[in-house]
Design a protein around this ligand. Structure first.
Ligand code: FAD
Length: 147
């Protein structure tokens, strides 16, 4: 069940390619930044990483989401950012996480069975949302990593 919102809110989904290896150090740093800033800005969402990709969903009031997106666009840790979806929403889908992390792995049995050959750059926004919902359902989303 989503959470009802009172102010105009949006959901933004993008995909990007990691510039270097997707190490725990990089992931920890991103998650820590997200957890500090997103809470203050009322932003929630999911970051999916693996196979050299980042896929992120940001939900919240339009202005903070747009500001964060611009900031993330300038981050040197990734490249080839492509906006997959930007929509008005009346409910959040990921209201419980300031930023949850799920891993995308070609060896994941669910991915093998339901999303073989998944390529986020040619996927639709619906397909990406479907993959994320499946990943959240079948794996334990991570919300904090050791420093
Ligand atoms: P600095 O550059 O050290 O901070 C400069 C000043 O700006 C400080 O006063 C700081 O408090 C303030 N500030 C920094 N970021 C924000 C912010 N988002 N809102 C308000 N004030 C801010 N960062 C996130 O915050 N949320 C995310 O969901 C997120 N997802 C990311 C996903 C990917 C794939 C990548 C590569 C990066 C992501 N980042 C995210 C990191 C983002 O690109 C910036 O690196 C980060 O927001 C900067 O944080 P900082 O405190 O180190 O900023």
């Amino acid at each position: 069940m989503g959470t009802k919102l009172s102010n105009p809110c949006v959901r933004l989904i993008y995909v990007s390619r990691a510039k270097g290896p997707q190490t725990t150090t990089v992931t920890t740093s991103i998650l820590q930044q997200a957890q500090v800033h997103n809470k203050v800005q009322g932003i929630t969402g999911v970051l999916c990483q693996g196979q050299g990709f980042f896929i992120q969903v940001l939900e919240g009031e339009r202005s903070p989401v747009n500001t964060l997106y611009r900031r993330i666009c300038g981050d040197m840790r990734h490249k080839d950012m492509e906006l997959l979806r930007y929509e008005d929403i009346s409910e959040r889908k990921f209201s419980q996480w300031s930023m949850a992390l799920v891993k995308l792995s070609a060896d994941d049995p669910m991915v093998k069975a339901q999303h073989p050959e998944f390529d986020p750059y040619s996927a639709t926004g619906d397909q990406v949302m479907h993959l994320l919902a499946n990943l959240i359902e079948t794996s334990q989303p991570i919300t904090a990593l050791p420093t």
